[in-house]
Structure formats: structure tokens, C-alpha cells
Design a protein around this ligand. Structure first.
Ligand code: C5P
Length: 218
């Protein structure tokens, strides 16, 4: 059914991306990584020399870049003004700046419109922090994915090719702190969300669980 929307929210490094892509692949759905949109905005602001801690400056500039997301779960793309920035948006600089940028209401409302446009008539797995609570509360299935900080840091450090574990964990926890504490659309478990703790599960196990939940939700 094309109307199916699966919202997957959770903390940084909880396995949202791998899980969401896996679920979309299994169910033949599109995939939207909303974190990549906030990262793309942040990358552009940094490149333009905008002070990311200056809320007024960020609000004034954020309407300028054209951000577009591809929705193929096997090859997701993110472009800014037509240029693919999939690699650049994973840098330490973007990691450190993305949470303050994402707390700016003007940034959120701009990207919210884009996200709703992509979701359109559904048939998509959407991952983020506020998908089930704000972006698409009517989603047929809402999942809140979590994992212990140690497990999250280990996975992320591995992904990043052996970055330092302690500093990776520090950076994840700092983003969680800002994302959960902001006034606009903070990270929270949405009403009606199913909590899946992935600490002791493998990726295929998490995907299986969510696919089963989706089949029940249909
Ligand atoms: O999911 P990812 O870790 O790539 O997201 C990067 C950042 O983007 C988050 O730490 C958060 O600040 C922001 N974000 C958000 N709302 C979303 C998705 C991401 O504020 N729906």
C-alpha cells in the first residue's frame, strides 16, 4: 500500500539509518533521512562563514540553499544547490555544529515543509528526531529506537573507521543533550510509538522486528 509511512526516531547512533534503509528495502518503500537535511543546511552555513551559534544570522541565511533528498534506500543522496554533499555532511565540523543549527525554529519550519513534500502520499520510511511527534504524527507505524551509549559509540566509531571511542561517545551525548533539550520539536518518544531497544539486537533482528510491526500495522 502506497500510503504506509513508517516514522523512526531516536538518539544519535541508535542505528536509525541502517535500520530505516533495511526496512525500506524489505518492504519496497522509499527512504528519507531528515538528519541529512539538517546536516546539509549546517554544511552550507559553515561554508558561507555564518556563525552557527548566532540564531538571528542562521535564521536570516537558512532560506538560501536549495536542499534536495533522493529517496532510494540503496543509494540515498543529498544535494545542496545541485551538488552532492553525502560525504561532507559526516565531518566532525558538521557533527559539532548540527545540533545548534537544528534548534533554530526557522531552520526547522523550512525543512519541515520540504520533509512533508517528500513524504507526499506515503510509501516511505522516514528517520529523524521529531517525525512521529511533529512531522508526520499520523504515521501508520512509529518507532522509537534506542541503544545504550556504549553500544552507540562503538557502532559509530566502527563506522567512522576506528575513531576514538571516548570522544565519539562524548560527541553523541552532547548532540542528544541539545536535541532533547531544545524548545522546538525536541527529541522525544511520540504518542503511540513502539520502543525498540537495539542494544542487544543485531541489525537484521531490529529490521525483522520493525517489518513485523509494519505488517501488523497495515
Ligand atoms: O540523524 P543524524 O544524527 O544524522 O542527525 C543529525 C542532527 O540533525 C541531530 O543531532 C539533530 O540535531 C538534527 N535532527 C533534527 N531533527 C530531525 C533529524 C535530525 O533536529 N528530524
Amino acid at each position: 500500500p502506497t500510503a504506509l509511512v513508517i516514522a523512526i526516531d531516536g538518539t544519535s547512533g541508535s542505528g536509525k539509518s541502517s535500520t530505516s534503509r533495511g526496512v525500506a528495502g524489505r518492504l519496497g518503500l522509499r527512504y528519507l533521512d531528515t538528519g541529512a537535511m539538517f546536516r546539509a543546511m549546517t554544511w552550507w552555513l559553515l561554508r558561507e562563514g555564518v556563525d552557527v551559534h548566532d540564531v538571528a544570522a542562521v535564521a536570516a541565511a537558512c532560506g538560501r540553499p536549495v536542499i534536495e533528498s533522493g529517496t532510494d534506500p540503496l543509494a540515498p543522496t543529498i544535494t545542496v544547490d545541485g551538488v552532492d554533499v553525502s560525504v561532507e555532511i559526516r565531518s566532525d565540523e558538521v557533527n559539532a555544529a548540527v545540533s545548534p543549527v537544528s534548534a533554530v525554529p526557522e531552520v526547522r519550519s523550512l525543512l519541515l515543509d520540504l520533509q512533508r513534500e517528500v513524504i507526499g502520499t506515503g510509501g516511505i520510511v522516514v528517520e529523524g528526531r521529531d517525525i512521529g511527534s511533529v512531522v508526520w504524527p499520523q504515521a501508520e507505524l512509529k518507532v522509537y529506537l534506542s541503544a545504550d551509549p556504549d553500544a552507540r559509540a562503538q557502532r559509530r566509531a566502527l563506522e567512522e573507521g576506528g575513531s576514538d571511542l571516548a570522544s565519539t561517545q562524548q560527541s553523541l551525548l552532547e548532540r542528544d543533550r541539545i536535541d532533547s533539550g531544545r524548545a522546538t520539536a525536541p527529541l522525544t518518544m511520540a504518542d503511540g510509538a513502539v520502543h525498540v531497544d537495539s542494544t542487544h539486537l543485531t541489525l537484521p533482528e531490529v529490521v525483522d522486528r520493525i517489518v513485523t510491526l509494519a505488517e501488523e500495522a497495515r
